[in-house]
Design a binder for this molecule. Structure first.
Ligand code: UD1
Ligand code: UDP
Length: 363
């Protein structure tokens, strides 16, 4: 029997990106395994995505968890579990997604076991090494045999880092595949009713360490959200990372701030689709708002997704600018520019074909 294609998934964004790739490879008849590191473990950060997106249940969950919040412990625990799994079930190819700790852990283990690696969402760069994700991205790309890019500038970045251009494929964006495949399932009115939201509202998501780990920074963001809520209701599904600090800063104290636990994918995207504007520090949300043409204000000094600024409605802002920028975006209304190339819902199928050809040609 042929060695399986093993997908390593660990955190919320991985699940959204993997669904169309796994589906495409299944349709092409490949044997696949799904290894969940367990980096994200709350039902609302993990299982709900498997259920809603029809992902196959993981063959194994390594139960890595948060490891006390230490990157070294989390990455090391993932590596230890993955090494054992890859030795017991040798993969023909390991597929990793994005830039989370589980992805770089899988790439390191696979590289040392001489197992080929495919990286989905290769070549994104913020050029900001204070972000753990930037380190994870660069290292993962260095070890990858196949690199699937969502955005054209990635090709140049990878070439500059000495990666062979022949191994880089511009395929579109699997996160956008998932979004397009599920558009009919988003029920904005039902989600609004469930959260007691009026017709016009702003969605906020904040989970970057630079925004939610430092109480003073978080307090500045809460103040801005309260200012927005004085004009238009704000709904914020709160990532567990920032929950305590944001609440300590008084997040829920404003009657027009609707703080809720993380939402399932369908509920969250239903909410985003109906929003007047989105304030975020998420990577994926910058892309999803681009496709949905919802104004997006990103509270970060940089982005690894500049195409969401040139092709979409995204803008980088500071915490001090947050309230005025969001309120202005609500007035300005939706954006109608040209979408990034190949963000057409078929990235998973392209990846499936390229992997199939690559395996057939023996790498
Ligand atoms: C991780 C990724 C980040 C990604 C985000 C998506 C890394 C370095 N970071 O950040 O790139 O944008 O996921 O959401 O890989 N926690 C829970 N329940 C869970 C998971 C986490 O309560 O199921 C809490 C724990 O207190 C934990 C903290 O969140 O310490 C951070 O979790 P972790 O997985 O380390 O990083 P994220 O901030 O979620
Ligand atoms: N998401 C969700 N529910 C939420 C928040 C986010 O389903 O409450 C989805 C959404 O599709 C988003 C993805 O999870 O793009 C990844 O989210 P996150 O912001 O955690 O990760 P990042 O993209 O910043 O790595």
């Amino acid at each position: 029997m042929l060695a399986p294609i093993t997908h390593v998934l660990g955190a919320r964004p991985n699940f959204v990106k993997a669904a169309p790739v796994i589906r495409a490879l299944a349709a092409l008849g490949h044997r696949q395994r799904v290894v969940h590191t367990g980096q994200h473990y709350d039902e609302r950060l993990s299982e709900v995505f498997f259920v809603q997106l029809g992902l196959p249940a993981p063959d194994v969950n390594l139960g890595v968890g948060s490891a006390g919040g230490s990157h070294a412990q989390q990455t090391a625990a993932a590596m230890t579990g993955l090494e054992q799994d890859f030795i017991e079930h040798p993969p023909g190819l390991v597929v990793v997604y994005g830039d989370v700790n589980s992805s770089v852990a899988a790439a390191l283990v696979a590289a040392k076991l001489q197992i080929p690696i495919a990286h989905v969402e290769a070549g994104l760069r913020s050029f900001d090494n204070t972000m753990p994700e930037e380190i994870n991205r660069r290292l993962t790309d260095q070890m990858s045999d196949l690199m699937f890019a969502t955005s054209p500038e990635a090709i140049g970045y990878l070439a500059n880092e000495g990666r062979p251009v022949s191994a880089v494929h511009l395929v579109g964006n699997p996160m956008i595949d998932t979004l397009m495949a599920n558009l009919d399932r988003f029920d904005t009115a039902a989600v609004r009713a469930g959260l007691d939201l009026p017709e016009r509202y702003v969605v906020a998501t904040l989970h970057r360490p630079s925004n939610v780990d430092d109480p003073a920074v978080a307090a500045g963001l809460v103040k801005a959200l309260h200012e927005i809520a004085g004009v238009i209701d704000v709904v914020i599904p709160v990532h567990p990372r920032g929950r305590a600090v944001l609440e300590a800063a008084g997040l829920s104290a404003h009657p027009a701030v609707h703080a809720c636990p993380p939402l399932g994918y369908l509920e969250f995207m239903g909410l985003v689709r109906g929003a007047a504007a989105v304030a975020t520090d998420s990577g994926g949300v910058q892309e999803e708002t681009t496709l949905l043409r919802v104004p997006c204000l990103t509270v970060r000094p940089n982005t690894e997704r500049p195409i969401t600024i040139t092709s979409g409605s995204n803008r980088l802002i500071t915490s001090a600018e947050l309230a005025s920028a969001v309120l202005k975006a609500c007035d300005d209304g939706p954006y109608t520019g040209e979408l990034p190339p190949l963000w057409d819902g078929h990235a998973g199928v392209r990846i499936g074909r390229i992997i199939t050809d690559w395996l057939a040609s023996d790498g």
